[in-house]
Design a protein around this ligand. Sequence first.
Ligand SMILES: Cc1cc2nc3c(=O)[nH]c(=O)nc-3n(C[C@H](O)[C@H](O)[C@H](O)COP(=O)(O)O)c2cc1C
Ligand code: SF4
Ligand code: SF4
Length: 259
Amino acid sequence: MSTTIYYFTGTGNSLKIAKDLKKYLEYTKIVRICKDNNSFEDTGSDKIGFVFPVYFRGLPHMVSQFVENMPVYNSVYYFAVANYGGSAAISFQQLNSILNSKGGSLSATFGIPMPGNMWFMYYPHPKQDFIDRINSQPQETITVATAIHNKINIKIDNIANYPAEEAIYQSFSPNNMDANFWTKSTCNGCGICMKICPANNISILHDRPYWQHHCEYCLSCIHWCPKEAIEYNQDSTNKERYHHPDVKIQELFCKMTNS
Ligand SMILES: Cc1cc2nc3c(=O)[nH]c(=O)nc-3n(C[C@H](O)[C@H](O)[C@H](O)COP(=O)(O)O)c2cc1C
Ligand code: SF4
Ligand code: SF4
């Protein structure tokens, strides 16, 4: 009786939730979904979960690709924990339909509101709301862990405006969005952005990051840069950076993220 949790994260919210689930569930392994770490290892777990942020109303592309490539068993209890600034929108339906196409299905879905890390949508954000969300997440995660431990079945809610949500999702085309990143003179070439990028999309060239146009738009590089040297067009100028306070940058180095 064990659990494997696959998580995708940019600013650490999903990792914090995955770590807390591991704390409350017995025999649990957490594995980061990233380009260098996407070969599926059969853990034999009877419970398999996915923890992810909602992007443009749906699943991050790398999460969809990961699930499309993994073996799926109809005997496994699959669960999903979405976290978001607004809502889970159509992400559970998307995940369920990938599992269905492979002979499985989602047994339970959970949503946890977290600080929104996308400044077009959420900034300026009431600071207190960020703090409240960070503070209430551990208790919410205990409730989720209890349901998972008991293998509770939770039906996916219907989405009234699915076509509109789907249209927003279809407009999300992240690969070349990195063309809008640039660095300020405060960049010291430390390479941290390269190490944490889940898409292996950054090289360091002449002491500066160079983006290679297979970006997932997770915003990890821009929010975690210790020098706050990365900008996105002029949209991020003078905007506060965010990452989860209980996650250390080293936990996001892609090659060291199984535990
Ligand atoms: C590209 C992008 C798109 C996003 N789109 C949505 C969205 O459609 N709805 C929503 O509620 N939150 C959206 N968010 C906010 C994230 O889902 C939220 O901040 C999440 O907790 C981040 O998790 P992480 O720290 O694990 O990366 C978006 C964030 C990014 C980076
Ligand atoms: S993390 Fe920041 S300072 Fe370090 S190389 Fe990347 S952009 Fe430059
Ligand atoms: S380049 Fe930046 S935004 Fe794009 S996937 Fe890598 S860390 Fe995320």
